[in-house]
Write a protein that binds this ligand. Structure first.
Ligand SMILES: NC(=O)c1ccc[n+]([C@@H]2O[C@H](COP(=O)([O-])OP(=O)(O)OC[C@H]3O[C@@H](n4cnc5c(N)ncnc54)[C@H](O)[C@@H]3O)[C@@H](O)[C@H]2O)c1
Length: 256
């Protein structure tokens, strides 16, 4: 049975990686998907894939760090589909590990504007609509980096730590009508890996994967599956928590 039949889901970052996989899965499970991304061409491709498979979706060009753009995203969703049941905040901005002395303040401001304030803006403007349904769902994306930060990524790691804390605070504020949970990916096989690790290739991927207890690289579909579990009735008693999908990275000390 379709687990999201009749639901309307906004998914940010839907032009690529985890959010693209989640958009495709959520649509396959019966949701009407509002696929949002800064990259208009990419998000149109995601929607074309969904529609070609018989699903329902629209593409919206959106910058989650821009308040007017987020307001417009919420308005377009309500105008098109009449409500919002699910907000999956996936869009984010990475940081290549390097010494703090080489990192300009402007990079930190961009990371926090997108990862922290962008997620917060989406929650702020979608919340009144999610509340109306009496059974709304917000999913955020943290990172293994929030718990075990690598040197040289203080800003990105801290931005993901902020998302964890924000998730818990919003879960308190929005209960009982809206559940709020955070998915914590480990290294995941998406285009973003090249930005985290310049020169990332299959050889490096195999080496990194071998250091994880499960010896497998996380795939974007793994994150989509966890998102589906939390968004559907299967997650109906879950709020205010983090869920690792990381091939065991969080317990890997000594194996790296
Ligand atoms: N890939 C990993 O190893 C990994 C690990 C942990 C957490 N994460 C987090 O997972 C999330 C998804 O990353 P991914 O790996 O799928 O990356 P990705 O690069 O494949 O996709 C990110 C998407 O976000 C979009 N985006 C960026 N800034 C935006 C903005 N301001 N407004 C709207 N869209 C914007 C990009 O255009 C892109 O399509 C991010 O929050 C990332 O920080 C990634």
């Amino acid at each position: 049975m379709s687990q999201l039949a009749g639901k309307v889901a906004i998914i940010t970052g839907a032009g690529s990686g985890m959010a693209k996989a989640s958009s495709i899965l959520f649509a396959r499970e019966g949701a009407s998907v509002v696929a949002a991304d800064l990259n208009e061409e990419a998000v149109k491709e995601t929607v074309a894939t969904i529609v070609a498979a018989g699903g329902k979706a629209i593409a919206v060009k959106s910058d989650i760090s821009d308040e007017e753009s987020v307001k417009a995203l919420v308005e377009t969703t309500v105008t098109t589909y009449g409500k919002i049941d699910i907000l999956f905040c996936i869009a984010g901005f990475p940081e290549a590990a390097r010494p703090i002395t080489e990192i300009p303040l402007s990079e930190g401001q961009k990371i926090f504007n997108i990862n922290v304030l962008g997620t917060w803006l989406c929650c702020k403007y979608a919340y009144p609509e999610l509340k109306k349904t009496g059974n709304g769902v917000i999913l955020t994306i943290g990172s293994g980096a929030a718990l075990r930060p690598r040197g040289g990524t203080a800003l990105y790691s801290a931005s993901k730590g902020a998302i964890v804390t924000m998730t818990r605070a919003l879960a308190n504020e929005f209960a009982p009508e809206v559940r709020v949970n955070c998915i914590m990916p480990g290294g995941t096989d998406t285009p973003m890996m090249k930005q985290f690790i310049p020169g990332f290739n299959d050889e490096i991927k195999a080496k990194v994967a071998a250091s994880y207890p499960l010896q497998k690289f996380v795939q974007p579909e793994d994150i989509a599956n966890m998102g589906l579990f939390l968004a559907a009735d299967t997650g109906s008693k879950m709020t205010g928590a983090e869920y690792m999908v990381d091939s065991g990275l969080s317990i890997a000390r000594g194996k790296e």
